[in-house]
Design a protein around this ligand. Sequence first.
Ligand code: ATP
Length: 518
Amino acid sequence: MSEATPAKSMDEIMALCKRRGFVYQASEIYGGINGFWDYGPLGAQLKKNLRDAWWQDMIMNPCWGRKGPNGERVRCVPLETRIIQHPKVWEASGHVGGFNDPMVDCRETKARYRFDHVSVFVPASGDAGERPLFAFMKDSPSEAKQQKKAERAFGAVKVVPLTSIPVEQFAKVLGPDAEKVGTLTEPRQFNLMFKTYIGATATEDDKAYLRPETAQGIFVQFKNVVDTTRVKVPFGIGNTGTSFRNEVTPRNFTFRSREFEQAELEFFCHPSESQDWYKFWRDFRMEWWQSIGLKGENLILREHEKDELSHYSQGTSDVEYRFPFTAPGFGELEGIAHRGCFDLTQHQEHSKVKLEYFDQERGEKLPNGSTKGERYMPHCIEPAAGLDRGALAIMCEAYTKDPSRPSPEIMKFHPRIAPIKAAVFPLVNKDGMPEVAERLYDELNAKFGRTGFIETDAKQSIGKRYARMDEAGCPFCFTIDGETLTNQTVTVRDRDTGGQERIAINAVSEYVKKKLGV
Ligand code: ATP
């Protein structure tokens, strides 16, 4: 079994994230702002490493140089599109009309819940009669509290979703945090897009939205990319950046935030090849998350059931991680969707601009050996990842407690993602050791500084310095000691085992290069 995430405490992980400068509450000195998080120095670098890994493996060298199902190298290009788009983009995409999650409000506590997230304890068999039904939110304090009350009322209980209870019976439901029965409103639509105004007058005509996803920017620029570059279908366009959703109940640390970063790819292909590409991307994305350290049974690929699919989708899978707050269940890190030609068709209709693709290599063979060409609307496979959820999963997976170690809390990051790549310590701050450490530091920083921090520190006991590096997740510490001065060797300490070995000081760069895979 891999490190058992369910046993990890989210409070301890969050405390370490704050203490070591991974994640801070946004605007903390003003009391914070619900649903917004900032990244401290280590978190900012960790997220950059994650974004860079995505960029490298999805765009610069897609799928590690593998061939796609068409037998050719996978080709992708980047794009950077704006947070604010023409408001019509969101009408075409369906977000203005449909990006709504039905919500229920509690008239007593003023709390607002996502309708499909509320569960209810009901009698295991038979009718509740005059007794109330006990609503709760999974993984919140209301769950245990309501369960106790329900068991007192009914004996054996079972859980059903609130969505399965007819609205006429809401009068009998005791809200998750309420004292009185019947305070939940009927479900209402709530648009998740943030609104803003462009320009000084702020009239209704100037209304615009902050994007709820980065993907639409890709569809809107599809024609420009095809017309101005040499890409040919099949190919992908990747886009990363900040998205905003006015989530009604932001919770679980950064998992459900109101501002977050996405890394999305739209892969355009011929309709007849789309199922093969869908399977290809789905499987690669699972492998990719595994390659950066999310191994074992905490990571799953879940294929959606037919009745979960959007009307246009011919297949969707989620890469899901078992977070401490979802355990024993899982939370989505990335969705891989076969979107058919839905988005391009929508934008073609709404913009009145032809977005079909002319494929010179398809169609009837002509007597001169060339092909007649075929005009079609490409189908799209969309791997849509969340970088904040990715970073959170990586931090949860890395967090390890080992009371037998002098530093009981260790962040076992994959070296590629670790924000600190290596540390160089003089054993003592004298006898020529600091000078040797400085030189080694300069060498490593020049070679690997672009991939993350190289640390050096001469103060405090070596044990304390190692412990600090363990908490920060630095994979290797190189220590200059008395022997270094006589035989030009240093110790390498491995974060995960605490074990040490000696290597030649002039072999350190090569050692780091190999371990980082750069
Ligand atoms: P959920 O069902 O959890 O709200 P979703 O299915 O709406 O997520 P998508 O629209 O598929 O999410 O977005 C793609 C990715 O963006 C998600 O897999 C997730 O990693 C990330 N994401 C979406 N909403 C949020 C959020 N509120 N906070 C952080 N990341 C998010």
